[in-house]
Design a protein around this ligand. Structure first.
Ligand code: ZN
Length: 318
């Protein structure tokens, strides 16, 4: 749904699985939230906003927390699904310290969003528009955000030399249909040797071939093989959509990275936010229809606008 109005979920929906780090059962319930609330994780009477300032670790996954310590781990895939499907505001209630890993992709969360339905709210959608380039180098990796008028675009390159993953590149213009089709099903991945090391250190206890693509030196170990020939770089795009959701608003800009990961994504976003001249908040004005909007049924759920809608932007002067 490409909307000039903010959106939220019509109803609550619960997804249950296991935590990749603990190996224990966990549930996440996503549901409606008020205008301008963004994405907020809750558990019992504690809540943590899904914003860059809440990031307290990026080693294996994106971990959010506050002065009381860590609150929720593996936040990025559910955030990717919400941002990828064009949801602006949602509560994300977790009953444990991590979001369930499910199949290692964002597809189960996209299915949950379909089940809940997306509704428009009575407020203009707001965006963060990138006004000038910010660049970060971290060891062998490089990332940048640049101005880009066409919405949000990601151009990623990964290079795992001497491995079956090899070099992969992918360019992605974010809209809900492309996210669902090309990105949401890409699973997280790793090497058997690394997983074994994590297991013996007491981490990634829930990691298995059920929720990761696992490689050895020469091949994919999953009997079902890959979902896309370039599934690894597509999963990196998924992680970028989730990690950059922590901007708090959808971005208008181009994100480029080479050999990136959660740490780099967070560093680039933090560098952008730190430079007050590098971005501004803009509001969508009423959409201009480029061609007639044809209502169609998407996977048996609510009617969504199928035509292209060009959203115009104006500075937020509030
Ligand atoms: Zn991931």
């Amino acid at each position: 749904m490409k909307s000039s109005r903010q959106t939220t979920l019509r109803s609550q929906v619960t997804v249950t699985g296991i935590g990749v780090h603990s190996g224990s059962p966990v549930s996440v319930t996503i549901g409606p939230a008020d205008i301008n609330s963004g994405f907020v994780f809750t558990r019992a009477d504690r809540e943590v906003a899904a914003i860059a300032a809440s990031v307290i670790a990026t080693d294996f996954a994106t971990v959010l927390g506050d002065h009381q310590g860590p609150f929720v781990s593996t936040a990025e895939h559910v955030l990717a699904a919400l941002r990828g499907m064009g949801v602006d505001n949602a509560t994300i209630e977790v009953d444990g310290p991590e979001v369930p890993i499910m199949d290692g992709s964002a597809a189960p969360f996209v299915d949950a969003i379909d089940q809940a339905g997306i509704v428009q709210q009575n407020a203009a959608r707001r965006f963060i528009e990138v006004l000038k380039p910010v660049q970060v180098e971290l060891g062998e990796s490089f990332g940048e955000l640049r101005p880009y008028a066409g919405g949000f675009r990601a151009e990623l390159e990964i290079d795992f030399a001497n491995s079956p993953i090899g070099r992969q590149a992918y360019a992605f213009d974010l809209d809900a249909d492309s996210f669902r089709r090309d990105i949401s099903r890409a699973r997280t991945f790793g090497y058997m040797g690394d997983v074994t090391k994590l297991w013996s250190a007491g981490y990634a206890l829930g990691a298995s071939l059920e929720n990761s693509v696992v490689f050895d030196e020469t091949r994919v170990l999953n009997t079902e093989g890959l979902r896309y020939a370039d599934e690894c770089v597509r999963h990196k795009v998924l992680d970028v959509v989730g990690d950059l959701a922590l901007a708090g608003l959808p971005l208008i800009g181009l994100y480029r990275s080479v050999r990136g990961g959660h740490k780099l994504n967070h560093a680039v976003l933090t560098a952008l936010m730190a430079d007050r001249h590098a971005w501004r908040v803009v509001e969508a004005t009423e959409p201009v229809l480029e061609r007639p909007v044809i209502a169609r049924r998407a996977r048996g759920h609510a009617d969504v606008a199928g035509g292209m809608v060009a959203v115009a932007f104006a500075p937020d002067v509030s």
